[in-house]
Design a protein. Structure first.
Length: 368
């Protein structure tokens, strides 16, 4: 960010977006890409150099807008994206010390996600591509989550087994390259992050549920309430979390047993959070183990918000040692939604995958 430029605030009405004259830049001769992400409840923009260096990454989270609903409300999300997208882009450019005229290309998440939210990002990206006459690149959000595991590394992470575990996805992939990820397993009901969010709501813990449950579980006894591990021995790569969520609901409503008479409500919440977290993590890790075995790869790359969970990270590391596989988990700041991981667009550009202004959003998950 330049010293004289004011940093826009994301909560206010978007300021007028002015395309200023091309400045003299001394940054480098390397080309720059602006990436935009608005698939769910984070409005994000990043400037990424063609060597993969992230020059700026701005994330305007909407958590405070959805907190009272205990989950993302699509209409609220898309309206907030509309208000925030231009200030976020402007700040990303300022932080990277560049302007629109320095950009070589613009990338945007177009799938999967909430339709109204995706459309806001796509419209902004198309406008920039059209005005500047630069390439538009459309990015698959789940492929970008896996790609994030390799950012900052010199060697390629592909081929690998990929696992995207977030509020919207619990998907296992056979990833032959950055842009060839085949879905091999997913949830038949709730996504893992969605289960964390719903269980937090049952336990009266704040949204987003993942971090709240992780915190509450620190002081809890995971063995006190017996929790199911749905589909853990099915031999399949699919997941199910609704039964586990219901088990927490029944246990939370249950009357404390004779051994629990001295129980305080906070003990109960901590024990339920710990029991749920342990069960969910056990299922996630077991399916990862199965996927790596079935695919025969020696590497598993894990991304998405739930990958920020410490117990999950620890259990994955133990599994990696047992199975003698390498596990790459995206760095903390790249686990949850961000635009920097749309650096995958450089690979897409290199393989000629430039979108036209006819590009549309694909809200659903595509199995190919
Ligand atoms: O990837 P992400 O930011 O957005 C989606 O694409 O969904 O993931 C958000 C999800 C939320 O469901 C949140 O509860 C979960 O990731 N999450 C966690 C943790 N941090 C975020 N789940 C478990 N443990 C965490 N520490
Ligand atoms: Zn995501």
């Amino acid at each position: 960010m330049t010293g004289t430029s004011a940093r826009p605030t994301f909560g206010s009405v978007a300021p007028t977006f002015i395309i200023s004259p091309a400045p003299v830049t001394s940054l480098s001769q390397l080309r720059l890409l602006l990436a935009i992400e608005s698939s769910c409840d984070e409005t994000a923009a990043a400037v990424v150099r063609e060597d993969g260096k992230v020059l700026s990454s701005i994330i305007a989270s909407q958590h405070e807008l959805h907190i009272e609903w205990g989950g993302v409300v699509p209409e609220i999300a898309s309206r907030a994206h509309v208000r925030r997208i231009l200030p976020v882009i402007k700040t990303a450019l300022l932080d990277a010390n560049c302007t629109l005229q320095n950009l070589h290309a613009v990338a945007v998440t177009t799938e999967p996600g909430l339709v109204g939210s995706l459309l806001v990002g796509l419209t902004a990206a198309k406008t920039i591509a059209m005005c500047l006459q630069i390439p538009l690149i459309t990015v698959n959000h789940v492929e970008a989550h896996i790609y994030a595991c390799g950012m900052g590394r010199s060697e390629s992470i592909y081929p690998c087994a990929g696992f995207v575990v977030s509020g919207g996805h619990t998907n296992l992939y056979d990833c032959r390259s950055a842009t060839e990820c085949k879905l091999i397993g997913s949830t038949i009901d709730d996504a893992a992050g969605e289960a964390f969010d719903k269980v937090a709501r049952i336990l009266d813990l704040p949204y987003p549920g993942g971090p709240s449950i992780q915190k509450a579980a620190l002081t809890g006894n995971p063995r006190r309430f017996k929790m199911p591990r749905p589909m853990i021995r099915s031999g399949k790569l699919d997941f199910s979390f609704s039964g586990l969520k219901t088990a927490v609901l029944y246990a939370a409503r249950g009357v404390p047993g004779p051994d629990q008479l001295s129980d305080t409500p906070s003990d109960r919440v901590a024990d339920l959070a710990a029991g749920f977290q342990e069960a969910a993590v056990e299922v996630l890790v077991e399916k990862c183990r199965l996927a790596v075995r079935q695919l025969g790869y020696s590497r598993l790359c894990v991304g998405g918000g739930v990958a920020a969970n410490q117990m999950f990270r620890d259990e994955l590391s133990k599994m990696a040692r047992r199975e003698k596989v390498e596990i790459l988990v995206a760095p903390m700041e790249l686990c949850t939604d961000n635009a920097a991981m749309a650096a995958i667009a450089w690979d897409l550009l290199a393989s000629g995958r430039i979108a036209t202004l006819e590009a549309n959003v694909l809200p659903g998950l595509v199995r190919y």
